[in-house]
Design a protein around this ligand. Structure first.
Ligand code: GLN
Length: 533
């Protein structure tokens, strides 16, 4: 899957939609993303650069497209599913230092391109998949993408009809002329052809429906058969995209081009069940999301999607109100949060905007607002409770105040000697045992769970008893390390913080039980009185 003209066309969504359709036909599919940047992984990137950092079960800090992949397919990804230029080079350089190249001059072609191909084929060779969908990040024509495109060209040559290239482009509408323009698409396909790749299928991203004549014209100019020119028009939800692409037979075209035998239609009944709920929901549940990246669309992608899914299954539309934690203070908190049915306190790193999160945690606790603290959000709940209930005024996390006398959130011993930033946090899935009778245990319907982590700091067990006695219970812990993973205040409607990130494992077909329970509490909190306020 390549992209042209501009970025942000939704290559990840189209890739995930193709995967959904093939899966629904009974094939085993996995998706992988190649990112052309030099960072080893996006873990060290500010969300302003590439949006949310997603985390796989095996502890890889990954591009947010992997979140789309998992949400659409229900198939878990690993570090093999997201590879950057940095990782490719690192691996080649490691091999060179080991002497693996036996005195050869190490070059972009063939060594870097071979390494790229190795990473594509690796997933196929596991024997677990009928299809590997490889998304090449960036846009055709970028300098950084060239080695990846060269690898695609070689793969296409080697694999014959076992390799299909789908190219996603953009067809802009020029308002003043009242016309849709296919020229950028023609140019972008030309650019692909220049590096030796003839796309098999085109997906034209457009805000307005393209006529058949236009598609025919594109087909003719781009050497693509007419039936393989499809379009992706704006739809109300990304989860409509698989259906839209199926109506244009995209799955069938790919199966035919790869000479894969198939019969009948994909079974999209469960998908449709969800979509119908999403489409038909008229009631709105209002959730305040307190975070510092509120002006950024993709910063809390997985949380947004988890809430949308859970709300839909409760026949509601979720309206997320992004509340900037930097602006939040004691004077405006009531005005900003009192109209909400529930509040999420977002994950985060560093000092900026933390005091606002404490203000939110306190206001929500004192006003019995259903509240979900995630990772740093949970740590804020703990710090606020220590300050205002336990009376430990200077309580803090040593992340913000290394010399706090009340380090209720602190670094684990094994983290203290770590200085490198990349990939050194507590990452990936860890087991958690829940306390019988707790609200979380009730929500999960089981006592033993596994959830994904991405943090350095932890609840300090020295304070555990004091918290428990004062009413904040530690209701989930890691069975091996006894680290506290979940806190809740049982006498509130819903006041729960998780050290882990449940949002990474909520999918369309399996909405996360904790988001389901939180959303139920928020909906129950609506009440007629509240709406009148
Ligand atoms: N900054 C906190 C830590 O490192 C929380 C991280 C997060 O919210 N993901 O522990």
């Amino acid at each position: 899957m390549t992209g042209g003209v501009v970025s942000s066309l939704g290559k990840g969504i189209i890739s995930a939609s193709v995967a959904r359709l093939l899966l629904s036909r009974g094939f085993n599919v996995t998706l992988q993303k190649f990112d052309p940047y030099i960072n080893i992984d996006p873990g060290t990137l500010n969300p302003y650069e590439h949006g949310e950092c997603y985390v796989t079960v095996d502890g890889h800090e990954a591009d947010l497209d992997l979140g789309h992949y998992e949400r659409f397919t229900n198939v878990q990804t690993t570090r093999a599913n997201n590879v950057t230029t940095g990782r490719i080079y690192q691996s080649v350089i490691d091999k060179e230092r080991r002497g693996d190249y036996l005195g050869k001059t190490v070059q972009i072609v063939p060594h870097i391109t071979d390494e790229i191909k190795l990473n594509v084929k690796h997933l196929g060779e596991t024997g677990d998949y009928d299809f590997v969908i490889t998304e090449i990040g960036g846009t055709v024509g970028d300098i950084e993408s060239l080695p990846f495109l060269e690898a695609v060209r070689q793969l296409k040559w080697e694999l014959g009809n076992r390799c299909v290239v789908v190219h996603l482009t953009y067809v802009p509408y020029i308002k003043a002329a009242g016309e849709l323009k296919t020229k950028p698409t023609q140019h972008s396909v030309k650019q692909l052809q220049q590096v030796g790749i003839q796309p098999d299928v085109l997906v034209l991203r457009t805000e307005r429906e393209l006529s058949e004549a236009m598609c025919r014209k594109v087909a003719q100019f781009c050497n693509v058969s007419v039936n393989a020119v499809t379009q992706s028009v704006d739809v109300p939800s990304i989860y409509e995209v698989p259906l839209m692409m199926h109506r244009q037979h995209l799955d069938q075209i790919i199966l035919e081009k790869t000479a894969t035998p198939f019969t009948g239609e994909p079974d999209l009944s469960k998908w449709n069940l969800f979509l119908n709920k999403l489409r038909n929901a008229t009631e709105v549940v209002n959730i305040g999301l307190v975070g510092k990246y509120v002006e950024l669309q993709d910063a809390y992608k997985s949380i947004d999607e988890s809430m949308l899914q859970a709300a839909a299954y409760h026949d509601h539309k979720v309206k997320i109100h992004y509340v900037s934690s930097e602006r939040l203070n004691d004077n405006n908190v009531s005005q900003l949060l009192s109209g909400m049915d529930g509040v999420v306190i977002a994950p985060g790193f560093g000092q900026r905007g933390t005091e606002g999160k404490f203000v939110a945690a306190r206001w929500c606790r004192e006003h019995d607002m259903p509240t979900f603290g995630i990772c740093f959000g949970m740590q804020c709940m703990v710090i606020e409770f220590a300050r205002n209930v336990l009376g430990l005024e200077l309580a803090n996390s040593t992340e913000m105040d290394p010399s706090t006398p009340h380090n209720v959130i602190d670094l684990m011993e094994e983290q203290k000697s770590i200085t490198a930033m990349g990939g050194t946090m507590r990452l990936g899935a860890y087991a958690c045992h829940l306390t019988e009778g707790s609200r979380v245990a009730h929500a999960y319907g089981t006592l033993d769970i596994e959830e994904r982590h991405r943090h350095r700091f932890e609840f300090n067990n020295l304070f555990r008893e004091a918290f428990e006695e004062a009413g904040m219970r530690c209701v989930g812990e890691n069975p091996a390390s006894h680290l506290v993973e979940v806190v809740e205040i049982p006498d509130k409607k819903w006041y729960i913080g998780t050290q882990y990130h449940p949002e990474y494992s909520s999918t369309v077909l399996n909405p996360h039980p904790l988001f389901m329970d939180f959303m139920a509490a928020a909906i129950a909190n609506k009440g007629p009185l509240k709406n009148e306020q």
